[in-house]
Design a protein around this ligand. Structure first.
Ligand SMILES: [Zn+2]
Length: 848
């Protein structure tokens, strides 16, 4: 690769930062001083490092011989650098670079920023906190802000003595500075990248530590929330121990704090020893949380802790490697959660996330999982479903192909070989090849360096006693074509007497799998771990539909999901899909019902108005037996996923099914819930909230808003907040939209609420008009990383497709070129689906 203007020169290399920072919360500024131990590799009269929105001063370069050089600084805004012109040439050897600096505590949720919350006495409190990934450490202190420049950090925070101060390592010293402040010094960190440095200062509280094999684990939170920390402490302790054992490497830090932040652009961030979270990703009351909310807390914690080794101890060389960092942590989050709560069927619950990645990857505007990154902000576009969900699904497919123990061994070897260092994707494949003896690099490169994925077509071989398997690229639109994959296939087949499982790597030429006799039925993605779609001949498809009870839940899921994808691609009609769906009447898995519910709701939107009642009746016929089996109240000793399933069924019945009884009952449950939240099962409660909102009145809206504003925990806040955009009334929708811009809904949630308004059956069109009217304010207010979440839902406006297309062609969304292109293509897919199926559905319902 040619030298990039975004990469710092390597003639001066840092080893250690002694960093003192004093934030002034009141005036939203900070001042600091950093001593950086560097090696000058070749004599130079210039040092180049990263700094942006910082004022540097009193710059000196000194060495053991008492040489003292000064420097004049020039700033390069576009590359976010400072150039230090030395007073004379520095000889090669070890030096200390000292810089005083000043900056602003911004409100853009990045770098060193300010965030506020209202405490128990109703007083507005300010905290100062950091978020550095990918390249915002340079906003907090001058540094070599690239992942490869690993160094040790000795941090000191000078803060008001009544505030809590936290950084990556444990506190080792505390000195009164005589002016009501204390200088809190933290132990040296391990050698690590700048993007993992963190500090948090504010009127926060910490739980007592729980010791996990000698490592103290605490939760740091706003006052009054200690009762919401128990679950995170339990899960955190479990995962820390489990991960150390999985990797067979002790946790590399000296303590672990989980910090719940009121304002955060991300879900969480894996700073070494100081993991930051959105409040709803760590604080939870398990007695009033519904299943998905608990699952989320558990999986986010597992994800961040998995990074302590994969990402923090061993780090990508450059931002092109961010995908592996995130894909691996997502994969490990599943592995760890599955061990923590086997009854939560983590891998089955992952199926919809894999499905979402397949959905994106079926677009012409998809991208390879790994691509060259020159400017670091190009890496911002990597934080999407292709990195997290496709990446982790690929690792799962590989793990299942290599064997779980072989895979674990290879990963551990890789981490031990590169501890405290940096790697490229290839290094992991090398370790896994060594552990397995398989051509891991060749297999994975075909999945990582080209966008898209194959559809595997399976048919009886001409001779009869075998199966023919071929691949071609899967896409929704005809222009999607090209590509070849090394597809690890797992086929389960039966000749009517015996069942057997075969594996093969399907390449360019069709692969034949032989059996002993004529094949009666076959599943071509046995276990459901493959990142591909399967297309059966009608004969093989019929064989499976007759034997749904012989498929495992993953296989039932993928059969339905693959068929639904073919409907969106226009190769199967919606009537055929509904016929298949009706075979799932006796289904018992929450994940499968979730898929049914989502697809039915989507079809409901495109049914012609006069056929809607017939469709709703069809939906009720499908769901009612399952809903009646479960009833409205959990049975004693019932498992968590059954509770989740009940919520899904009741919500679908009350919304898409328009069942009057469900709506009345939901309304009564909401009354009970607002009286005493603990009296109602959480999953039923949430279903009732959404059902009520979907047909709610203004009085309901006011009650929900009141509950949102005075929520007792982050989950309750989220439920009532996300219920607001579901109301059918146009004026209320307008009001909800306004709230996302005027602060009544936090910036970090606003785009998600706007996204739901866009998807609102009655008010989506208005939401789109409001977006256009307020475009400048929206772009100004929301950080691009979150704004993307609203863009992703634009496909729901397929009835305004031309207008949406025209507008987004002339109005840029910063850092979101890919996300916008994908959103517009999804819009085209949605438009095609509506045009094809609207009449067909009416015909189907008339025949039924
Ligand atoms: Zn992550």
């Amino acid at each position: 690769m040619t030298e990039s203007r975004y990469r710092l020169p390597r003639h001066v290399v840092p080893h250690r930062y002694d960093l003192t920072i004093e934030p002034d919360l009141e005036n939203a500024v900070f001042a600091g001083r950093v001593e950086i131990s560097v090696t000058v590799e070749e004599s130079t009269d210039e040092i180049v490092l990263n700094a942006i929105d910082l004022e540097l001063d009193e710059i000196t370069l000194t060495n053991e011989n008492d040489d003292i050089l000064t420097a004049a600084v020039t700033y390069e805004e576009d590359t976010e650098r400072a150039r230090l012109a030395l007073s004379r040439s520095a000889t090669s050897g070890d030096w200390t670079l000292t810089i005083a600096f000043k900056g602003i505590l911004n409100d853009k949720l990045r770098g060193f920023y300010r965030s506020t919350f209202t405490d128990q006495e109703g007083k507005l409190r300010t905290i100062a906190t950091t978020q550095f990934e990918a390249t915002d450490a340079r906003r907090a202190f001058p540094c070599w802000d690239e992942p490869e420049f690993k160094a040790v950090f000795g941090v000191t925070l000078v803060v008001d003595s009544d505030l809590l101060a936290v950084s990556n390592a444990g506190e080792v010293d505390r000195q009164d500075t005589g002016d009501g402040k204390v200088a809190v010094r933290f132990a040296d960190t391990m050698k690590m990248s700048t993007y993992l440095v963190a500090f948090v200062v504010g009127a926060l509280e910490a739980t007592d530590p729980v010791y996990v094999d000698g490592i103290p684990l605490r939760i740091i939170h706003a006052p009054g929330k200690a009762h919401l920390t128990g679950f995170a402490l339990e899960a955190g302790a479990y995962f820390l121990r489990w991960l150390a054992s999985y990797y067979n490497i002790p946790y590399p830090g000296d303590k672990m704090d989980f910090i719940a932040k009121p304002d955060f652009a991300f879900g969480a961030m894996e700073n070494v020893g100081a993991v930051t979270y959105r409040e709803n990703a760590v604080l939870v009351d398990p007695h009033v949380a519904r299943q998905t909310e608990l699952e989320r807390v558990s999986s986010v914690i597992a994800h961040e802790l998995a990074h302590m080794w994969f990402g923090d101890l061993v780090t990508m060389k450059w931002w092109n490697g961010i995908w592996l960092n995130e894909a691996f942590a997502t994969f490990m989050e599943m592995m760890a959660s599955d061990s923590f709560r086997p009854d939560w069927k983590t891998w089955l619950e992952f199926a919809p996330l894999r499905g979402y990645a397949l959905d994106t990857d079926a677009l012409a505007s998809t991208r390879p999982v790994e691509f060259d990154v020159d400017a670091p902000d190009e890496a911002d576009q990597m934080f999407d479903s292709l990195t997290y969900q496709k990446g982790s699904a690929l690792l799962r497919m590989l793990q299942q192909f290599l064997g779980e123990e072989t895979f674990r061994q290879g990963v551990g070897d890789y981490l031990r070989a590169h501890a405290y260092g940096n790697t490229e994707t290839h290094d992991l494949w090398v370790a896994l090849e060594k552990a397995s003896g398989q051509p891991v690099g060749a297999i994975m490169n075909s999945w990582i360096f080209q966008g898209g994925f194959p559809e595997v077509e399976i048919s009886h071989s001409p001779e009869g006693d075998g199966l023919l398997i071929e691949q071609r690229r899967f896409g929704y639109l005809p222009e999607v074509s090209g590509g070849e994959w090394h597809v690890p296939i797992v086929v389960r087949l039966s000749d009517g007497q015996m069942e057997e499982t075969s594996t093969a790597i399907v390449g360019v030429t069709p692969e034949e799998i032989r059996a002993n006799g004529p094949i009666e039925w076959a599943v071509a993605n046995a276990g459901g771990n493959g990142f591909y779609r399967v297309r059966y001949t009608p004969e093989l498809m019929d064989g499976l539909v007759e034997r749904l009870d012989q498929l495992d839940p993953h296989e039932r899921y993928t059969l339905l999901d693959d068929t639904w994808a073919q409907v969106k691609a226009g190769r199967v009609d919606s009537g055929t899909y509904l016929d298949l769906a009706s075979r799932y009447r006796d289904e018992t898995e929450a994940a499968v019902w979730g898929l049914l519910s989502g697809s039915l709701s989507r079809l409901h939107r495109i049914v012609q108005p006069d056929a809607k009642p017939a469709f709703e009746s069809w939906v009720r016929t499908l769901i009612e037996p399952a809903a009646e089996r479960l009833g409205w109240e959990p049975a004693p000793g019932e498992d968590d996923l059954t509770r989740k399933l009940r919520g899904t069924l009741l919500q679908t019945l009350g919304t898409t099914g328009r069942q009057g009884h469900a709506r009345e009952r939901a309304r009564r449950i909401v009354d009970e819930l607002l009286e005493s939240p603990e009296s109602v099962d959480p999953d039923v409660a949430v279903a009732a909230v959404y059902v009520t909102a979907s047909a709610g009145t203004e009085a309901d809206y006011r009650r929900f808003f009141e509950r949102y504003e005075h929520a007792v925990d982050p989950q309750e806040e989220g439920r009532f907040m996300y219920a607001l955009p579901q109301f059918p009334d146009t004026d209320l929708a307008r009001e909800t939209f306004k709230m996302t811009l005027d602060g009544r809904i936090r910036i970090s949630n606003g785009p998600m609420v706007v996204g739901r308004l866009l998807g609102n059956e009655f008010n989506g069109a208005q939401a789109w008009e409001l977006i256009k009217e307020n475009w400048n304010a929206i772009i100004e207010l929301f950080p691009p990383m979150i704004l993307k979440r609203a863009v992703e839902t634009i496909w729901t406006r397929h009835d305004q497709a031309d207008d949406v297309r025209a507008f987004l062609t002339t109005h840029q969304v910063p850092h979101s070129e890919k996300a916008v292109a994908q959103a517009l293509e999804r819009l085209e897919v949605a438009q095609g689906l509506a045009q094809r199926e609207s009449n067909r559905l009416t015909g189907y319902l008339q025949r039924e």
